[in-house]
Design a binder for this molecule. Structure first.
Ligand code: KG4
Length: 334
């Protein structure tokens, strides 16, 4: 079954052609350069750029797969969560395409597709497993019982990990996307020089990152009031280390308490070099099998949408012309 998949939830217009877990083509038009001058994504600009790019990117994805519209068996699209205007561009384009081709339309939840990014290159991976999903807007620990059956056991009570990285990076003068640049320049952590709090949550698997963000902002403001320079690479490394401590400790604890030996990481923050390295070391020590996507599938792309759509289709999921986009939506909702 050949699926043409569309992703436009934030600042990448992405289209892919997939067959099961196989990626026949994956094209991404990124808007990063355009949003850089504003220090973050401007939703209205994102929607306009998606509208300009989507038809061209779709044609390119078909060309790269060596296929035409008549070879497509179904159209899949990210419908939630994300920037509403941006999502609507993809959803409406996908609806038009599915109707004109007279093919099924498959709606895909963005976080489900981030998890599915792991199926692309890990042939043997299949549910059940425990997954840490960390992106710009979400941080959850989820039991993946089956390809379309999810149970959240921990979530952030305030900011997402990516949001914390991005906002702290911006305050340190790094350009957008902050998390990526923070990871690039971070050196060695120094908690004596830059003490950061360990957040506490009522549920042991929940996250809280807003206190950490405030502590970093206070550190920067205090230094500025005293006319002192911040050692940005060291503060970046200190924050990165603290965030990784939290993500790794909670994920391993959840795996232990809930009896999993397969741990999967997904979402943009899964590209973080320290998270990948330390989680690998910890999982080796504990005899857990660890999976994360290769770097090209960590961020937003449509290949992961197509792969998840295959399983959604198998589970009977279909949409029609009434499909809407949603800025927020629980991963468990059908
Ligand atoms: O999953 P994603 O591409 O988009 C969302 O669905 O949110 O995640 C984007 C987030 C941003 O916050 C970005 O700064 C963060 O992932 N990110 C990173 C790294 N690469 C991307 N954070 C830390 N280290 C990285 N290497």
């Amino acid at each position: 079954m050949v699926i043409l998949a569309i992703e436009s939830s934030c600042d990448e217009t992405a289209v892919a052609v997939t067959r099961g877990r196989e990626v026949l083509s994956s094209v991404i038009a990124t808007q990063i350069e355009e949003h850089k001058i504003y220090g973050g994504v401007v939703p209205e600009i994102a929607s306009r750029r998606h509208a300009e790019a989507i038809a061209v990117v779709t044609q390119q994805a078909l060309n790269e797969a060596g296929l035409t519209y008549s070879d497509i068996d179904a159209v899949a699209v990210t419908y939630a969560p994300g920037l509403i205007g941006a999502l609507l561009v993809g959803v409406n384009f996908a609806k038009g395409l599915a109707m004109s081709l007279d093919k099924p339309l498959i709606p895909v939840h963005h976080l489900r597709s981030h998890i599915a990014a792991n199926y692309i290159e890990n042939e043997g991976l299949k549910p059940p497993f425990l997954c840490l999903v960390v992106s710009g807007g979400n941080s959850i620990i989820v039991k993946v019982n089956d390809y379309t059956d999810f149970e959240i056991i921990g979530e952030t009570t305030d900011d997402a990990a990516g949001e914390c990285f991005d906002k702290c990076a911006r305050a340190m003068g790094l350009s957008y996307p902050g998390g990526v640049n923070l990871d690039k320049i971070a050196t060695e952590p120094d908690f004596k020089r830059y003490p950061l709090p360990t957040p506490h949550t009522a549920n042991e698997f929940d996250f809280s990152f807003s206190g950490l963000k405030t502590a970093v902002l206070n550190t920067i403001n205090n230094a500025s009031q005293k006319g002192e320079e911040i050692d940005v690479p060291v503060l970046c490394a200190t924050l990165r280390h603290k965030v990784c401590d939290i993500l790794i400790d909670k994920t391993l604890l959840a795996a232990k308490k809930h009896g999993y030996n397969q741990i999967v990481v997904a979402g943009g923050v899964s590209a973080n070099s320290e998270l990948r390295k330390r989680l690998k070391e910890e999982c080796e020590k504990e005899n857990y099998e660890l999976f994360y996507p290769s770097l090209k599938y960590c961020g937003d792309n449509a290949a992961m949408v197509g792969v998840q759509a295959f399983y959604e289709f198998e589970a009977g999921k279909r949409a029609d012309a009434a499909l809407n986009a949603y800025a927020t939506r629980d991963i468990r909702e059908d």
